[in-house]
Design a protein around this ligand. Structure first.
Ligand SMILES: Cc1cc2nc3c(=O)[nH]c(=O)nc-3n(C[C@H](O)[C@H](O)[C@H](O)COP(=O)(O)OP(=O)(O)OC[C@H]3O[C@@H](n4cnc5c(N)ncnc54)[C@H](O)[C@@H]3O)c2cc1C
Length: 491
């Protein structure tokens, strides 16, 4: 006999049965556990309005990813425990108390989420449960260290990454035994039986969930679910991790883990990733761990400085008068700027929902410092398109590119898109993947194809300005304008 008869584990961005802190707690404290997932009406309404704003069909591969991951999880619950996941659509603040009442739940368990909207929602849910005298417990799961756990000697939160990382590593060293072993669910784990849930519409009824959410669950460009994510990690470990530091900046190489979508939705745990990163001491392992720490740095920033969701981290940068014109934003979104690496990256994003980190930096810097658009526009477009969209990392990345963030590049450091292209896609292989019209252009010309004479353009079967756009702006002129624009607020 355990402390509680029946517990509810509410999954959100932790779609897994293994190494899941909230679920582990629920199974430890309760005789019987019910697992639920709610298609959150508020989130989906917002998503639909974003599709409308960008004049796109409401069809989302992230929902496809979530759907397929839940389907796999449900299958495992069926096979291992003769249970199923309970799925609802609506407002969690109404749904959770309703589920608790219907299934006589005594305690709710969930893992903490650090996004401002999610924190508000979770507070509202727990206040409701308080009124109904239902117990609840929320746990840290999404990160290794949260809130102000990593702080400097004066007890303050870090605003610069490197000292944060050093302190993070130091703390990790001291407490690592608590992260090294996967959380093992109790041997007699017991879930609510399928027969108790027989009146529920199951996750298998895809068209029902698409109809109620009014968004199509598009199949994602990467395989969803835990099984695929673990295979991806195994491959990365065997083939790329030790050379990560050498290869991670080159979009054409399979140099990075491609695990961001899986960690975003929690089909693997952050502890599982960190465990892999400390298995060996190669430079590749160490640099990869640093990237995981960047993820935590941005989670911590969003949690402790929620204003960054709407405003610049550095308030003085809110005074910038962005000079971008609407038609250049449209060209950027569509991959039609006449800057081949930028266009290839954006077309790839539009088709697959994925973009390499180096390219995110290149297109981000290009949007803000060459086309002179407000970083929030780019952030918003990425939020609609990225399979791995995560508010904290996306916001951190955009504020870094636009120099408005807490530890971002200085405003006068402006990526030259031609130099970036020559350096990180020297042969133009990535460009040719997404701009096939430039197929015949050699490595010498592909980065700046408008330098080729009109006659040679015909020989290369792609006339610039006809088959591929002319550069939409002059980089050197825009660079000067960008410096002026940033300097205006410093005078
Ligand atoms: C403008 C911009 C927007 C971004 N938006 C997102 C986003 O919405 N979601 C997202 O997960 N990442 C975002 N990033 C960070 C980074 O580009 C991706 O995490 C990375 O490309 C994912 O590929 P990977 O899994 O192969 O990464 P790897 O290089 O294998 O790194 C491993 C993991 O570390 C984390 N990570 C790596 N780099 C960063 C970083 N700079 N900041 C935060 N976490 C990092 C990710 O969880 C990643 O999966 C953004 C970066 C920029 C510059």
């Amino acid at each position: 006999m355990k402390e509680f008869k029946r517990g509810l584990c509410w999954l959100r961005r932790d779609l897994r049965l293994e190494d899941n802190t909230a679920l582990h707690q629920a199974l430890t404290q309760c005789d019987e556990v019910l697992i639920c997932f709610i298609f959150d009406e508020q989130i989906l309404n917002h998503l639909r309005s974003e599709f409308e704003y960008f004049e796109q069909r409401a069809s989302d591969p992230r929902l496809g990813y979530i759907y397929e991951s839940l389907l796999e999880l449900d299958q495992n619950l069926n096979q291992q425990y003769n249970s199923q996941i309970l799925i609802r659509y609506g407002h969690p603040v109404e749904m959770i108390p309703q589920i608790c009442k219907q299934y006589k739940i005594e305690k709710l368990f969930f893992n903490r989420d650090y996004e401002p909207q999610a924190k508000k929602r979770d507070l509202a849910v727990t206040e409701e449960l308080n009124k109904q005298k239902i117990a609840f417990q929320h746990t840290k799961d999404h990160v290794i260290f949260e809130h102000n756990q990593v702080r400097n000697g004066s007890g303050e939160i870090y605003r610069v990454f490197t000292p944060y990382k050093n302190k993070w590593l130091d703390l990790f060293q001291k407490h690592q035994e608590s992260f090294l072993k996967p959380l093992k669910n109790p041997a007699q784990s017991s879930f609510l039986s399928i027969t108790d849930l027989k009146s529920e519409i199951t996750i298998k009824d895809r068209s029902h969930w698409e109809t109620v959410s009014k968004i199509l669950f598009q199949t994602p460009s990467i395989s969803a679910g835990r099984k695929s994510a673990l295979e991806q990690l195994k491959k990365f470990k065997a083939q790329a991790l030790a050379q990560y530091h050498d290869n991670r900046d080159f979009p054409i190489r399979e140099g990075t883990s491609l695990i961001s979508t899986a960690i975003r939705h929690g089909v693997v745990s952050i502890r599982e990733l960190v465990r892999i990163s400390i298995e060996e001491k190669t430079s590749g392992h160490q640099i990869w761990l640093s990237e995981l720490v960047w993820r935590e740095f941005y989670q911590m920033l969003l949690d402790t400085h929620p204003h960054v969701k709407e405003r610049c981290f550095k308030p003085e940068y809110d005074q910038i008068k962005w000079r971008g014109e609407a038609h250049t934003f449209k060209a950027w979104c569509e991959g039609q700027t006449g800057y081949p690496l930028v266009d290839a990256a954006m077309r790839g994003l539009n088709q697959t929902g994925q973009m390499h980190n180096r390219l995110r930096m290149v297109v981000g810097s290009f949007l803000c410092k060459t086309l002179l658009h407000d970083w929030r526009l780019g952030e918003r477009y990425f939020a609609l398109k990225l399979l791995d969209f995560d508010l904290a990392a996306n916001n951190g990345g955009w504020q870094w590119c636009s120099s408005t963030g807490c530890d971002s590049q200085p405003y006068f450091r402006i990526f030259n898109p031609y130099t970036q292209s020559k350096k990180f896609d020297s042969e133009g292989e990535f460009i040719k993947l997404w701009c096939p019209e430039l197929q015949e252009y050699s490595a010498k010309w592909i980065h700046k194809p408008d330098l080729v004479t009109p006659l040679e353009q015909i020989n290369m079967k792609c006339q610039i300005g006809v088959d591929y756009p002319l550069a939409i702006v002059d980089y050197e002129l825009m660079r000067k304008s960008a410096l002026e624009m940033y300097q205006e607020i410093r005078d």
